[in-house]
Design a protein around this ligand. Sequence first.
Ligand SMILES: Nc1ccn([C@@H]2O[C@H](COP(=O)(O)OP(=O)(O)OP(=O)(O)O)[C@@H](O)[C@H]2O)c(=O)n1
Ligand SMILES: C[C@](O)(CO)[C@H](O)COP(=O)(O)O
Length: 252
Amino acid sequence: MSDVSSAPPAAEAARTAVVIPAAGRGVRLGPGAPKALRTLGGVPMLVHAVHAMAASRAVSLVVVVAPPEGAAEVKSLLDGHALPERTDVLVVPGGDTRQESVRLGLDVLPPEFGIVLVHDAARPLVPVDTVDAVIDAVREGAVAVVPGLALADTVKEVEPAAVPGDPEPVLATPERARLRAVQTPQGFDRATLVRAHETVTGAVTDDAGMVEQLGEQVVVVPGHEEAFKVTRPLDLVLAEAVLARRRLNDGF
Ligand SMILES: Nc1ccn([C@@H]2O[C@H](COP(=O)(O)OP(=O)(O)OP(=O)(O)O)[C@@H](O)[C@H]2O)c(=O)n1
Ligand SMILES: C[C@](O)(CO)[C@H](O)COP(=O)(O)O
């Protein structure tokens, strides 16, 4: 288990902020409110995600990147859910893509934060030990850290079908033991992440991938199966079950 409490005192260590992109619509989840505002155990997913980040004693600022038309609603929602005194929250409106939303969050970070985590609102149940493990690895000198899990399925690289549902020719079968499914929070040396967002263009699916394109070394630390991303309706069923089990076990 990681031990942020044994890390150097705040004055010596770079301070840590988290950017939470929460501006997506949740198209794959089906019709309804923006995904981050859908509830899990009666509480909006975003509130779970903010609390998951604030659970780390190393985190003193959370920047929420809200659906553009819903920033005021998100601000009052978060005002109604107390966070630890050490944690401040800022809310800014998001953009058209996840990448743009993260950049808008980075833009408002005060200068004193040298370590930045980026965490999907859509991963509401990540345990604090995973958050701390990512922060520890950045504090120890990695410029980019991602939590990742080994895969249960074999993965095929294919030539994507022009028409969805048509058979797709297989091009290769990567060696499964070398693959990791990566999660968030992803942790960064702030200057490196900002440089990535300023210089890397084109389609990317995570922030660490942008840092890789700078030629910087990204490292993987163990992720957690409860840090899964709520993407499709079945994920919501699983998330409700995980939350119910937690509430039963520890009265959360
Ligand atoms: N323009 C966007 C798109 C996505 N996100 C955020 O990025 C995270 C990961 O994205 P994903 O799970 O794909 O969310 P959606 O884009 O909402 O999902 P979908 O693709 O099904 O619409 C989510 O917390 C989402 O709110 C964002 O802040 N701004
Ligand atoms: C960042 C991410 O969660 C890492 O697995 C993932 O790439 C986000 O993908 P999405 O399609 O934007 O949900």
